[in-house]
Design a protein around this ligand. Sequence first.
Ligand code: AMP
Ligand code: MG
Length: 624
Amino acid sequence: MQKNEQISALILAGGRGSRMGHVDKGLQPFRGLTMVEHVLQRLSPQVAAVAINANQNTGIYQRFGVPVLPDVTPDFAGPLAGMEAGLQHCATPFMLSAPCDSPFLPLDLAARLYAALQEQGADVAIAVTGEGSRRQPHPVFCLLKTSLAPVLTRYLAEGGRRMDGWYGELKVVEVLFEDGDAFRNINTRDELQSLDAGRPARLHDVVSCLSSYDPDALPVRDAQKIIGQFVTPIAAIEKVALRAALDRVLAADIVSPINVPAHDNSAMDGYALRGADLKADVPTTLAVIDTVFAGRTSAAVPQAGQCVRIMTGGVMPPGCDSVIPQEHVAAMSDTSITIDPGVIRTGDNRRFAGEDLKAGSAALAKGRRIRPADLGLLASLGFAEVPVQRRLRVAFFSTGDELRSIGEPLDAGCVYDSNRYTLYGMLTRLGCDIIDMGIVRDDPAALEQALRTACENADAIVTSGGVSVGAADYTREIMARLGDVTFWKIGMRPGRPLAFGRIESRGHSAYLFGLPGNPVAVMVSFYFFARNALLAMMGAIADLPLLKVRSAGAIRKKPGRTEYQRGILSVGADGQQQVAITGSQGSGILRSMSEANCMVVLHDEQGNVAAGDMVDVMLFEGLI
Ligand code: AMP
Ligand code: MG
């Protein structure tokens, strides 16, 4: 991030904290720091200087090592009075304001507001989030020309107090920031507490809940459990157009605003009639008094002995409760029909209003990944936009001096980096926003830099290589130094080593999945550890079912560990499904992964499998 030397920042902490029970908001503790320190940490790298506007506890604010400026206009005149004080003190041509209760503010706030202001020749740039009806301006996140001080002072002197009122005459540019969460401010103590409560415990606390824990012989199930308990979903929601919601994670329960269908209607082309008119033993003749087309209503009100010709989807005329399909009518003319006894019963071929969905009933549950049928369902309810979770940002890179990128010559002893391509495919299929960071050399400084950059830009980091025993030791050392990371040897094949945890850099944190380097191991570890965790972070509910299928042949298996074998599911000679494992199961042999269409999952307690035994299978379709 580049510092902009033209800008000074002002943190607005001058309020009375009335919504926080009159405590000083900026000084509230949050994740080990005060709120104002979080803001300070995020603003300092962006600008030439920072000051704090505060009207109480100024002695405490001074300890943060930046100037503390009380209001000049008396009587707690609101954030504008703080900005006025800031402008009077500001030594640079521009001033950026931000409230003290925004510990997640964007790290490119200054840069983006400045760029837009310059580009548009504006006086003021403010941040906005959300689009359409959710568009929300944030006038406290504001970049302005320092020369505007007299305009603001005049506005305040005339009694103006509205944050978005003072720049009425000026040229204002609004800058859209995608991540609404970054502007989240914390107004009440409850919010503060709930945010802190949402923060996962340290790995140590999660791990200590297990009855026995040995990081060097960790069962697959325990590793999955620890990871599942440690990750938390990201909170940001966005509204997208219906079609763009395909494959996204639904962020709110959808309740039907209407009855679907809206009216009782016909399920067939035929005649709508009153069931009571049907005679049990002899043919019934009814007079046809009108015709109703699909989506139409009829003003006709059939009386006893009358019916209405109706098309599929036509609204049932009053009093009619049944439809006889036209092909079941014994005789018909333009004016009458005859129905043989017993051909239909009362109520046949009538669709009820709300039989698909009743107004007020649950249509789709939050956490669902939206499928084509869901798009149709949402369309049938009239939704043009859908609330979805923000996409998860996942950074990934490969480690190893022996790796070459495609396009480079393959030096002796080197291999092409294939993991970044399998990871690209798997992450893309999961619907993540991906940041491909390339190959990182086996070099401590390069690795630390890569991890920090990844952490500052992504919600999760997936690396491959370097976590096995014998791999360069500093990989573990650096990962551990950057945060709360643990290294496991998992009771599984392929893929024993795994690093997992959360690292931090400059106020950002990201979950880390350090996968092994072998091309098959990286995929298996991704599918059975990272996949569900990433989906949980996306707010999705997505457990994959295991199918039980007959094994075509015998499989050698050691009890006490989970083995994932590449399998081919097919239909056997007897018409039943069966699974056969692919030839070579070496953990570097990607070809067999490519040939396979499923994984055979042989659990810890299982031993050798005989031909004909049932085994658990996870299909790749749906998984990838
Ligand atoms: P490591 O876990 O770093 O010891 O790597 C284990 C094995 O996987 C070594 O043979 C590596 O060459 C291979 N490997 C590691 N990363 C990759 C990659 N990105 N693409 C292909 N092979 C890899
Ligand atoms: Mg390596």
